[in-house]
Write a protein that binds this ligand. Structure first.
Ligand SMILES: [Fe+2]
Ligand SMILES: [Fe+2]
Length: 329
């Protein structure tokens, strides 16, 4: 009897879930935003937690390669711009952790996943920044690729993520411009400076293309994300948009892009490009890039050094709460 009862309950709940699923998809198709208290399929929630937390981790780890250059910026103006940019990235990480928390995970859990090496973040930040031109190229190419990825996320079906991305994209645009402007100035300088820029472009070009992820044929998460309108474009579409936008910028700058297969295709109106080294991408994602260990070590020590700030904030919050309770009594 018990088994029968259980079975009929399961049937009822499956039909119920199917109806909820149909209604959920209809809302997505009508371009309605899904909000934290709305019903959502478990897989939608899981996909968003993974994507938003990886995004948050990337913003936070992304502060490190540029952080190396704050003390060596060549002028007060450059130092102020770089500091502002790094601070923005920290803010992006915080908005995104908040957006992830609305899905029922705690920030402590997400930070633990990052610090224990379980969570992934963008592979680009495991490459070193070897000279000052790298700071410009990170702005131009890395923030440029991030914008291409993130603008469609402003229309993501999950409300808190979409709204966070609107502000993030405005700031990313400043990041991209400060990088490009820095490089334009360097390209007006000595031959040594020009070589420095070209060297940085040569090293960062392919890792920037890899930021869009593998081709959609091999990307396991693509089709659900497209159906749920978490993603609006495929990885390959976004990569193509990025290449098409970047080639003319490289010409104005006076640098070459290190791809012998780069050619304009009259029929499609796109720049055709060569295949990124996906074996290298997998190696870096798996933790074997030049800087993976260093990045994690730096994040762990920053977290440990910040323990007193978290403790002080908690004590302050408790004090405020008891003051409010006293004045209400
Ligand atoms: Fe950012
Ligand atoms: Fe940025």
């Amino acid at each position: 009897m018990y088994t029968q009862a259980l079975n009929s309950e399961t049937v009822v709940s499956t039909i119920d879930d199917e109806q909820k699923m149909t209604a959920f998809q209809a809302r997505i198709d009508r371009e309605e935003k899904i909000e934290p208290n709305d019903w959502m399929p478990a897989a939608y929630r899981k996909t968003l937690i993974r994507q938003i937390s990886q995004h948050a981790h990337s913003e936070i780890v992304g502060m490190l390669p540029e952080g190396n250059w704050v003390t060596r910026a060549p002028s007060l103006k450059r130092k102020a711009a770089l500091l502002a940019k790094i601070q923005d990235e920290g803010g992006h990480g915080l908005y995104l952790y908040c957006a992830a928390e609305t899905l029922g995970v705690t920030r402590e859990h997400l930070v633990d996943q990052l610090l224990s090496g379980k969570a992934k973040y963008s592979s680009i930040f495991n490459y070193p920044t070897l000279n000052w031109a790298d700071v410009g190229v990170v702005g131009w190419l890395v923030d440029g690729a991030a914008i291409m990825n993130q603008i469609p996320l402003c229309r993501c079906s999950y409300g808190p993520y979409a709204r966070a991305m609107i502000r993030v994209c405005k700031e990313e645009s400043f990041h991209q411009r400060q990088g490009y402007e820095l490089l334009l100035q360097m390209m007006k300088g000595s031959e040594d400076l020009k070589e420095m820029v070209q060297d940085a472009v040569n090293r960062m070009w392919w890792p920037s293309l890899m930021m869009f992820g593998p081709s959609d044929g091999v990307s396991e998460h693509s089709s659900n994300s497209m159906r749920w309108k978490i993603k609006r474009f495929t990885n390959d579409d976004l990569r193509q948009k990025f290449v098409d936008a970047t080639v003319p910028q490289a010409k104005i700058l006076g640098v070459t892009l290190p791809d012998p297969d780069l050619v304009f295709d009259e029929v499609s109106g796109n720049w055709k490009y060569g295949e990124p080294d996906w074996a290298e991408f997998k190696r870096v994602i798996a933790g074997h890039g030049v800087c993976n260990k260093q990045r994690l070590k730096d994040r762990i020590s920053a977290h440990e050094n910040g323990a007193w700030v978290r403790e002080a904030a908690l004590v302050y919050a408790e004090k405020q709460k008891s003051r409010m309770a006293q004045s209400a009594a």
